[in-house]
Design a protein around this ligand. Sequence first.
Ligand SMILES: *Cc1c(COP(=O)(O)O)cnc(C)c1O
Length: 355
Amino acid sequence: MAVKVTLNPEPVAEAEREKLLEAPVFGTVFTDHMVTAVWTRAGGWEQPELGPRRPFAIQPENAVFHYGQQLFEGMKAYRGVDGALRLFRPDQNAARMNRSALRMAMPQVPEELFRESVEALVRADKNWIPGQGSLYLRPFMFADESFLGVRPADRCIFCVIAAPAGDYFKSGAAGLSVWVEQETTRAAPGGTGEAKCGGNYAGSLHAQTRAYEEGCAQVLFLSADGSGQIEELGGMNIFFVKKDGSVFTPALGTILPGITRASILALLRAEGTPVSEISYHFDELKADVAAGEIAEVFVCGTAAIIASVSRLKFDGGALEIGEPGPLAARLRATLSGIYTGAVEGPQGWSVTVSE
Ligand SMILES: *Cc1c(COP(=O)(O)O)cnc(C)c1O
């Protein structure tokens, strides 16, 4: 399944690209190329093609517009300290994409097709990696069939695009204010919370709007059963650090199984830090903060890596966590080091892309 490569004959001029790379706002600048692969139920996967980034020609009745059969991944490529191009645990993204695909009744993407598509794009757009940043890669798949019936589409498109990335939050790693949403939820048992699909995000935007009104950058969602169990943010997982140094995070189930989350758990376990995956209620958090038990709260995901939470605001009050803490800073440095090859991570985490 080698990728057919047709380089863009009219790439963005070097001077303009350099200017765009000075301080790219996350998700606003895109590279010269994209990779696409078409799947049909009758014929399976066609050869993936890398070509100039361009619009799709899609009929208004396309299934994806109406019933949202769609999913995506998020990962980053780095230019390492040794000059090599690196991906972080791409096998985990491929595996998660296929778990999402199963849930969304979409075709499995062979790991080789996934890997070769991503690597071909990184190679073609390697000049788009900012000096101090990374190339955010967005593999995604959507139903591409003209029909208004409710059934899994017989034709899908897998695509990878790339966007140069600096710091995700304008404030960098400074403390975030997070809105604790007690009105809407993002995921129910048996629902699609575990799948990385656009619908989960669509459902989170109402709360996100409220969060902005409240001066918060992000939303923390609670469980759909009304018990107030802490789940995760709209697009990031959350960790708590107690004064005694123990660390915990909500257990998997309805939350999105973040690769950053899993990597943090593995790093902490390897160094012997007591860490657990538990069910933790908002009421317990309030009590723990009041008792001075919570030393740090931080959130994590590929886009932002790790960001400290300084304040949790909710209807009727706020919990002050305080300045960004040392564990978040240390983990951020370790992960960033592994991404660029400056720190040796566990076997297989850092994958070099040949140029
Ligand atoms: C992507 C995502 C995360 C973070 O996953 P990473 O693999 O660490 O980037 C967390 N929560 C949600 C809802 C997500 O979509």
